[in-house]
Design a protein around this ligand. Structure first.
Ligand code: NAP
Ligand code: ZN
Length: 366
C-alpha cells in the first residue's frame, strides 16, 4: 500500500444552527473580529446575522468587509487587508462561498505579515495567518477544510493559488444557509464538489485516505443527482450536497486537483464561466482521455451510472452553458495550461499538448 501523510487541522461543527449552538467557541479568540463576506447573499441567507449574534453574545468587537467579488482579486484582498491592519483585528471570519472564504485566508496572511502586500505575498515563503473561522454558504468548494486560497491576478490574466497553507481553525456547516440558493449556483457548486472528488480519485497522489473520502463523497453526490436534475432540493439533499462538498475538500486538501481545474481557470477568467461549470464542461472529454478506465468505471459505478456519455449528457443538461470560443483562443489556453506544472503533476498519466487541446476543443467547439 502507498505511504501517505494526513493532516486536516480544522474543527468541524455540522448541522442545523451550528453557529448559534456553538457560539461559546467565539470566546476562544481575544480582540476584534474581522468579518469578510460577499456583497449581499450572507445578509439574505441568515449566515451574517448568526455570526453577529454569536459575536455579540461573546461581547466581541467586530468590523465588516462585505465587498468580496466572485473570484476575488488581489486588489480587493489588498484593500481589505489594509483595513484589517488599521483596525488591529485579531481574528477573521469568512462567510459565504469560496470567494469570500478564500479572500479571508489571504487577508489573514497579510494582516499577520505586514512586510508583504497582496502582490509580493505571491511566492513568499510559508507564512502564518491570524486565526480563521469559516462559515460556508455554498456547497461546492470545500475551502472550509482546505489550505488553498484561489485568487485572481489581473496582471497575469489568470487565477492562481496564493501559495500559502491556511486552514480554518473552526468550520461551521449549516445547510440552512443553502436552502434558497438559486438553481444555477446550486448546480455549479455541486459540480465543483463532484470535480474535487473525482480529481482526487484520479490523482497521482491518490491514497487510502483520499480514496476513502472521495468514494464516500461520490456515493453521496450520486444520491443527489436525480434531485439536482429535477430541481427537487429539500433540506435532506442540501445536507448531502454540503457533506459531499466537505468530503471533496478533505480529499483535495491531501492530493490537490488536476487537469480540469487548471484548464477551467481560463474559461472563468476569459469567458466568465462560474468555477464549477468551467471544470465540469470538460469532464466528458477528460474522462475519455483518462487511460486507466478501471478508476473511471469505479466512479461511474459509485454515482450510479454506466457510461461516460451518460455522465456527459447529465452534466451538459445541468450546465446549460453556451459560450463562444475560437480555435485560436483554445490554442492560447492550451499553451498557458501546458506551463501549469502543479496541476500536470497531479495527473498520473502522460498527456500531450494535443490531447489537452482536444479536451478543450471537443468540449467547446460547436
Ligand atoms: P462564490 O464565488 O463564492 O459565490 C458565487 C455567488 O453565489 C455569489 O454571487 C454569491 O453572492 C452567491 N452566494 C453565495 N452563497 C449563497 C447562498 N447561500 N444563497 C444564494 N447565493 C449565494 O462561489 P463558490 O463557487 O462557492 O466559490 C468559487 C471560488 O472558490 C472560486 O474563486 C474558486 O476558484 C474557489 N475555490 C476554492 C477552493 C479552495 O479549496 N480554496 C476550491 C474550489 C474552488 P454574494 O457575492 O452576494 O455573497
Ligand atoms: Zn473547484
Amino acid at each position: 500500500m502507498k505511504s501517505f501523510k494526513y493532516s486536516m487541522p480544522s474543527e468541524i461543527y455540522f448541522g442545523k444552527e451550528a453557529v448559534l449552538n456553538n457560539r461559546e467557541l467565539f470566546k476562544r479568540y481575544e480582540g476584534k473580529a474581522f468579518i469578510i463576506t460577499g456583497k449581499s447573499s450572507s445578509r439574505k441567507n441568515g449566515s451574517l446575522e448568526d455570526v453577529i449574534k454569536a459575536l455579540e453574545y461573546c461581547e466581541a468587537e467586530y468590523i465588516l468587509f462585505d465587498e468580496v467579488e466572485e473570484n476575488p482579486s488581489i486588489e480587493t484582498i489588498g484593500r481589505a487587508a489594509e483595513l484589517g491592519r488599521e483596525e488591529n483585528i485579531s481574528f477573521i471570519i469568512g462567510i459565504g462561498g469560496g470567494s469570500p472564504i478564500d479572500a479571508a485566508k489571504a487577508i489573514g496572511i497579510l494582516i499577520n505579515n505586514k512586510e508583504y502586500d497582496a502582490r509580493s505575498v505571491l511566492g513568499a515563503p510559508p507564512l502564518k495567518s491570524v486565526p480563521l473561522i469559516a462559515v460556508p454558504t455554498t456547497s461546492g468548494t470545500g475551502t472550509e477544510v482546505t489550505q488553498y486560497s484561489i485568487v485572481t491576478d489581473h496582471a497575469d490574466k489568470t487565477k492562481k493559488n496564493l501559495g500559502q497553507s491556511v486552514f480554518a481553525d473552526i468550520t461551521f456547516l449549516d445547510p440552512k444557509y443553502m436552502m434558497d440558493m438559486p438553481y444555477s449556483i446550486t448546480v455549479s457548486t455541486a459540480l465543483d464538489a463532484f470535480s474535487h472528488l473525482a480529481e482526487a480519485y484520479l490523482n497521482t497522489g491518490a491514497n487510502l485516505l483520499s480514496d476513502t473520502y472521495a468514494e464516500k463523497g461520490m456515493d453521496i453526490f450520486g444520491q443527489c443527482l436525480k434531485p439536482l436534475i429535477n430541481n427537487t432540493l429539500d433540506y435532506e439533499i442540501r445536507e448531502k450536497l454540503l457533506w459531499a462538498s466537505t468530503l471533496g475538500g478533505m480529499a483535495i486538501a491531501q492530493v490537490g486537483t488536476s487537469l480540469p481545474h487548471g484548464m477551467g481557470y481560463a474559461l472563468t477568467y476569459f469567458k466568465g464561466l462560474p468555477h464549477g461549470k468551467a471544470n465540469c464542461i470538460l469532464y466528458r472529454e477528460y474522462f475519455k482521455v483518462f487511460k486507466d478506465k478501471s478508476r473511471i468505471n469505479k466512479i461511474l459505478n459509485i454515482i450510479g451510472l454506466n457510461t461516460i456519455d451518460e455522465l456527459g449528457d447529465i452534466i451538459s443538461k445541468l450546465l446549460n452553458v453556451d459560450i463562444e470560443v475560437t480555435e485560436e483562443e483554445l490554442r492560447e489556453y492550451t499553451e498557458a495550461f501546458a506551463g501549469n506544472e502543479a496541476k500536470l503533476k497531479n495527473h498520473p498519466e502522460k498527456i500531450t499538448k494535443e490531447e489537452i487541446y482536444n479536451i478543450y476543443s471537443k468540449s467547446l467547439l460547436k
